[in-house]
Design a binder for this molecule. Sequence first.
Ligand code: GDP
Ligand code: IMO
Ligand code: MG
Length: 421
Amino acid sequence: MKVDILLGLQWGDEGKGKVVDVLTPRYDAVARFQGGPNAGHTLEFDGKKYVLRSIPSGIFQKDQINIIGNGVVLDPVLFQEEAQALEASGKDLRKVLKISRKVHLILPTHRLLDAANEKAKGAAKIGTTGKGIGPTYTDKVSRNGLRLGNMEHGDLSAYQAARDRHLSILASMGEHPDITELEAKWLDAVKYILTYDLIDSEYFINGLLNQGKSILCEGAQGTLLDVDFGSYPFVTSSNTISAGACCGLGVAPNKIGEVFGIFKAYCTRVGSGPFPTELHDETGKKIRDLGHEYGAVTGRERRCGWIDLVALKYAIMINGVTQLIMMKSDVLDTFPEIRACVAYEIDGKQVDTFPFTVDDSRIKPVYVNLPGWLTDMTQFKEESQFPKQFSDYIKFLEQQLGVPITIVSIGPDRQQTIVRK
Ligand code: GDP
Ligand code: IMO
Ligand code: MG
């Protein structure tokens, strides 16, 4: 068997959580391969809304196994909160959740470093989620990281060494925090995690594949936030692309099957950084209001704009997308005209590639205008109900992007999902 991968093609928040939940019944296991609690994946069903940060979005279906892979960075305190909330709702988490002992741990001092780094950058700040993601991945790559497996046998020396190193960096930045309480809570939370089934996830996952089991890999963030290919330096600190699933789970490239690329019918971004099709006008505000475009966890306002096909084509190329999933189509139900950016004009020249420097002040998006469908689609059950203008919009996108759109989402609920024949 092969693994399928579902990942975001824009700047995150495309609706990955919803679709992973919807697709999980097709699989035996779901695995997160990168990112950490910077993610906020929302699921809605039976009139209730859930937000997941580190736990895979397959967790609400039946008995599928959910795996937190080695590429993830885990904050024990936030994990404990998330897990205990699920347990309180009646889920027998320990039966279905497995955690790689190779995950890197986010320390309280990583979060403090994240904040101090942002403060030091001043106006050039990234606008991170403040969860310690950058400092934790930095430690991993510089070979100073602390892995969950290091904590299994009660030896705190690796933790203490990392903590002391962080405190001296913070001191050099003028910060002298008292971490006594944070540390006590963190150490308790580590004990809590250690009550879960820790696995060598690369053996576990390849073992499942060898037994003929199917696995869905769940991306976090989005391609335009990838540390190599995103709008650097305004990116996250991991590889959010399909190749990230290989490194983040120990799955070989020839074991990848379908790659589901998920995008919104428009575009959003949260935090700083370029966004060529951003709308600063009433239309942008209308998208934000109708799409409830506020961060799933932080509540931060998301910046909104038209769909950017230059960026989407780039993302499709890098990920090897085989199927597209379009989200939040319903948000555009009341727009008389929809716009799609098909090229960038940079210094008077038209380009259709994503440039090295994405500089909003030099990029003028070239738009194609399409008629809106002016129809409430939120109660639709099948594709045959789509108004002609919406079907034409899908056709236009498929022709531009060269990949079929196989699922269309018309609302936040599980049920509001149309699988195209
Ligand atoms: P993720 O990080 O990719 O999982 O996405 P988020 O959960 O951060 O943000 C997506 C938001 O859109 C959530 O509030 C979802 O409940 C909501 N959502 C998902 N699909 C749809 C849809 O088709 N229509 C509408 N109106 N909302 C949707
Ligand atoms: P999901 O999985 C949207 C953004 C932050 C910031 C940049 C770096 O829910 O789609 P970080 O804390 O990772 O160092 O922040 O990346 N960012 C996200 N934006 N959705 C996310 O996750 C994000 N995770 C990080 O806003 O601009
Ligand atoms: Mg999100």
